[in-house]
Design a protein around this ligand. Structure first.
Ligand code: OKS
Ligand code: ZN
Length: 337
C-alpha cells in the first residue's frame, strides 16, 4: 500500500498537563517514527507529500484560526519565556464568545484543553500532516487503491477553530474535503480511535455530504467528556448524518465488534462513495491511554470489515501510544485493507 509520510513532524515536541504535572506529551515524535519503521519492515511503498494546500486547509478551518496557528509561536516567543505556548483559561459555561486581542486570551479562545501546546516546530509539523492527508486522498483518486497517511500530530479533536487532544488541523476532515472537491458526492469518515473525534463531528455536524461515524469510550467517563454521546445525530441538513457508538470504559472485544457492525451497517446504507478512516489504534489492549481490549490481530479484522464496504478508502493516522506495539498494530490494520 502507498504510505505518505514526512519527517517534518519531528520538530513538534509538545508538552501536556497530565496528572497535574507539565511533562512531555504522550503524542511524541517516536510514535510516527515507530510507525514508519514498522511499515518499512512490512514492505510498504513510502512517498513524501506534495506542498500543503492552504486554501484547502482554510476550507475546513477558519482563516482566523489558520493565521493564528501560523504566528502563535512567534508571538509567544516575543514576550514569554516558557517552552510551550498555552493558555490557562478557556471560555467555559457562562462566558461570552468574543475573541480577545491578547495572545493568552486567543490561546484560550482557540483551544479547549490543557493537553496541547504550541512549540517552535508545531506549524511545520501540522502543515506537513495536512499535506500528507491531502496527498493520500489525491493518490487514492489517482490509483483507486487504498492509501495511508502517516499524520502526526493527529487531527480528529481539532474543530474549525480550536486545538486540543494533541490535535491542531483536522487531517481526516481535510482528506474528506479533498475527496469532495475532486468529485465525490458524499464521503464517510469512520473514526475507530478510542477517543471520540469531537472536532471532526463538529466540522461536519450540519452537513450531509460528510457522514461521521465513531466508536469510542463513552464521554460520560472518558476524554473528551463533552462530546460523543449517542444522541448527537447532526443538525439541519446534517441531521441523521452523524452516528456515535459510545462504549463503556473496559468494553470487551465482542462489544467493540458489535459496535463495528452497527457502524458498518449504517455506512453501507448511507450511499457514500468514499471512506476516510480515522485510524487511532489506542483501542489496543496494551494502550496506556485506553481501556479497550483489541488485539493486534483484531486490527486486521477491523480493516477487512471496512474493506468489505468496497468504497475507495484513505486511512489517516490518529492516536495510539503503546510504544513498540503502535507500529505493529498499524501494520496489522494495513494488512487487512
Ligand atoms: C491525558 C490524556 C488526554 C487524552 C488525549 C487523547 C488523545 C487521543 N493527559 N485522541 O484520540 O488519543
Ligand atoms: Zn485517541
Amino acid at each position: 500500500m502507498l504510505v505518505v509520510a514526512s519527517d517534518a513532524h519531528r520538530a513538534h515536541v509538545s508538552l501536556e498537563i497530565h496528572n497535574g504535572i507539565m511533562s512531555e506529551s504522550h503524542e511524541s515524535p517516536e510514535r510516527a517514527d515507530g510507525i514508519a519503521a514498522a511499515l518499512a519492515v512490512a514492505g510498504h511503498e513510502m512517498v513524501v507529500p506534495e506542498a500543503v494546500d492552504l486554501d484547502l486547509v482554510r476550507s475546513v478551518h477558519t482563516t482566523e484560526y489558520v493565521d493564528f496557528l501560523s504566528t502563535a509561536w512567534e508571538r509567544w516567543s516575543e514576550r514569554e519565556t516558557g517552552p510551550a505556548a498555552m493558555s490557562f483559561m478557556w471560555p467555559a459555561r457562562g462566558f461570552g464568545d468574543a475573541r480577545p486581542d491578547d495572545l493568552i486570551g486567543q490561546l484560550g479562545y482557540h483551544s479547549f484543553a490543557a493537553d496541547t501546546t504550541i512549540v517552535p516546530g508545531t506549524w511545520e509539523a501540522i502543515t506537513a500532516a495536512a499535506a500528507i492527508a491531502t496527498t493520500a486522498a489525491d493518490r487514492l483518486l489517482d490509483t483507486r487503491a487504498t492509501t495511508y497517511g502517516l499524520c502526526r500530530p493527529p487531527g480528529h479533536h481539532a474543530s474549525t477553530d480550536q486545538f486540543g487532544g494533541y490535535c491542531y488541523l483536522n487531517n481526516a476532515g481535510i482528506a474528506a474535503q479533498r475527496l469532495l472537491d475532486r468529485g465525490a458526492q458524499r464521503v464517510a469518515i469512520i473514526d475507530v480511535d478510542y477517543h471520540h473525534g469531537n472536532g471532526t463531528q463538529s466540522i461536519f455536524y450540519d452537513r450531509s455530504d460528510v457522514v461521521f461515524v465513531s466508536i469510542h469510550a463513552d464521554p460520560r467517563e472518558e476524554f473528551p467528556w463533552f462530546a460523543g454521546h449517542a444522541d448527537e445525530v447532526g443538525v439541519g441538513p446534517g441531521e441523521g448524518w452523524n452516528l456515535n457508538v459510545p462504549l463503556p470504559r473496559g468494553a470487551d472485544r465482542a462489544r467493540w465488534f458489535d459496535a463495528l457492525d452497527t457502524a458498518a451497517g449504517y455506512l453501507d446504507r448511507s450511499e457514500v462513495d468514499a471512506i476516510v478512516v480515522s485510524l487511532g489504534v489506542d483501542a489496543y489492549v496494551g494502550d496506556p491511554l485506553g481501556t479497550f481490549e483489541l488485539t493486534t490481530d483484531d486490527f486486521t479484522v477491523v480493516a477487512q470489515r471496512i474493506a468489505a464496504l468496497d468504497r475507495p478508502t484513505v486511512v489517516i493516522q490518529e492516536g495510539g501510544y503503546a510504544g513498540e506495539a503502535l507500529g505493529v498494530n498499524v501494520a496489522a490494520f494495513l494488512a487487512g485493507c
